[in-house]
Design a protein around this ligand. Structure first.
Ligand code: URP
Ligand code: ZN
Ligand code: ZN
Length: 469
């Protein structure tokens, strides 16, 4: 007998939609049929859409910082929020601290996650100090252990690599068959703009959007692509904010390069004007992230790219800071009030990612439901070596499912969210489409906005080699 039968729903995958029952045994899907037979537990999904649970390919939980700021989510609260929002797998970053062994940083970070997750996780790496030992020994061993993707930064004093270091990391990735994720913003251009704005007394949060200029993003995207071409390695350009970097990516693809593209909710739902807060006050700090949201025309370009397949994945880039953290650990600190450059960068979004894309995309007819599944679940699972166990509704795959009410309406409110941040950038947004039930390996972990899962039920997964094609 089955453990679970889900009857009456419409199954939607990245490829098709149809009506069938799903049978689950020991956490895996073992049958998809008109009638799957008897089960110990039944779910009536009549009127609901059954989609693979969300796979969020880019989140930050409990990541160390160098400026005293503290991320608002640890693994428990971050994965709890993910579950409530219909996401069943997240990929946070194990960050190397400069001067330290990458392996030891990974082990420390893993230790924070053990027994602390409501959904499954798999770790990317962040390489900040590519010493000969890191490049020659640690990274190859970590890739062999299933850490098949790593992020590099082209800006931030404490994280960035110079061009020579980036090329060296690309070379290691090429040799080991790993995928490099690139934060593409030009550091010198940002620093120059920041100094100019500060000397003109333009220090409010809004000016962050001017300092992190779209041209700096375009230039760095091109530079990353050129370096990747030199080494002949695939890369992912993460958190693309507008048409300028996307044009560079399309240019590279036309030259036969493998360049994947990610975008995020903030680039379809926010603009730089949000950083103005109320009349240029500090409220704008709520929206400070890098790259910053741009303008309405950029949003349109992102929508075009989501619809026509230019974007491969849609992630949250969940990087939560409280506005009011204890002892100046949040966004609102005396120092941050002196200049935008001290405001911690990042927004919470792991819980609202699916609802925002569904409502603005599927409900408004900009993208199909199948494309929604591809962008938010199937493609990130494939890109980061988790497919078909994750990101699919298939025999043998994990029964990670979200049962979605496509017609239900709700309003996003901080009061209803589960993350550790003390605000949501999307407060008051009306959305159509609600993740009614989230199932992790056949177990209900969230229902009607309440998390019902067990802390520790989420596993830390190892991954196959990364890459979509
Ligand atoms: O502002 C952002 N995006 N903060 C998170 C770190 C990153 O660059 O992804
Ligand atoms: Zn980044
Ligand atoms: Zn990020």
């Amino acid at each position: 007998m089955l453990d679970l039968a889900i009857r009456g729903g419409t199954i939607i995958t990245a490829a098709d939609r149809y009506t069938a029952e799903i049978g689950v045994l020991e956490g895996r899907i073992i049958s998809i049929a008109a009638d799957v037979g008897k089960a110990r537990t039944e779910i009536d999904a009549t009127g609901l859409w059954i989609m693979p649970g969300g796979v969020d390919g880019h989140v930050h939980f409990a990541q160390p910082t160098s400026d005293g700021s503290v991320m608002a989510d640890d693994f428990a609260s971050g994965t709890r929020a993910a579950a409530a929002g219909g996401t069943t797998t997240v990929l946070p970053f194990a960050q190397q601290i400069k001067g330290r062994s990458l392996r030891s940083c990974v082990e420390d970070y893993r230790a924070k996650a053990i027994g602390q997750c409501y959904v499954d996780i798999a770790l990317h790496l962040i390489v900040t100090d590519p010493t000969p030992t890191v490049l020659g020994q640690e990274l190859p061993a970590l890739v062999a252990d299933g850490y098949t993707s790593f992020k590099v930064f082209m800006t931030y004093d404490d994280l960035m690599l110079d061009d020579g270091q980036m090329l060296a990391v690309f070379e290691t990735a090429q040799r080991e068959g790993a995928l490099v994720m690139v934060h593409a913003e030009g550091h010198d251009a940002i620093r120059h703009m920041t100094r100019k704005l500060e000397s003109a007394g333009r220090t409010e949060p809004y000016w962050h959007a001017e300092a992190h200029h779209r041209i700096a993003e375009r230039e760095a995207t091109h530079r990353a692509i050129a370096h990747a071409e030199l080494i002949d390695v695939p890369i992912v350009i993460v958190h693309v904010s507008g048409p300028e970097p996307l044009e560079q990516i399309k240019w590279a693809r036309a030259r036969g390069r493998t360049v994947y593209a990610e975008t995020c909710p903030q680039y379809i739902q926010l603009t730089a004007d949000d950083l103005k807060g109320f009349n240029m006050d500090f409220e704008g700090a709520k929206y400070v992230c890098s790259p910053p949201p741009r303008d309405a025309a950029s949003q349109e370009a992102i929508w075009q790219g989501l619809a026509d397949g230019s974007f491969d994945i849609f992630s949250s880039d969940h990087a939560p800071f409280r506005m009011n953290g204890l002892q100046n650990t949040g966004k609102d600190t005396p120092r941050a009030r002196t200049s935008f450059k001290w405001v911690p960068n990042g927004l919470p979004g792991v819980e609202t990612r699916l609802q925002i894309l569904f409502s603005e995309g599927v409900s408004k007819g900009r993208i199909s439901a199948e494309r929604f599944v591809a962008l938010t679940s199937t493609n990130p699972a494939k890109l980061y070596g988790l497919y078909p166990r994750k990101g699919s509704i298939t025999i043998g795959g994990d029964a990670d499912l979200v049962l979605w009410d496509p017609a239900a309406r709700t309003t996003i409110r901080q009061a209803n969210l589960h993350h550790g941040a003390d605000y949501t950038p999307y407060e008051g947004m009306e959305v159509i489409g609600v993740p009614l039930h989230t199932l992790l390996r056949g177990q209900m972990i969230a229902s009607n906005g309440q998390v019902t899962g067990r802390l520790g039920a989420g596993e830390i997964m190892s991954r196959e080699p990364s890459g979509l094609k």
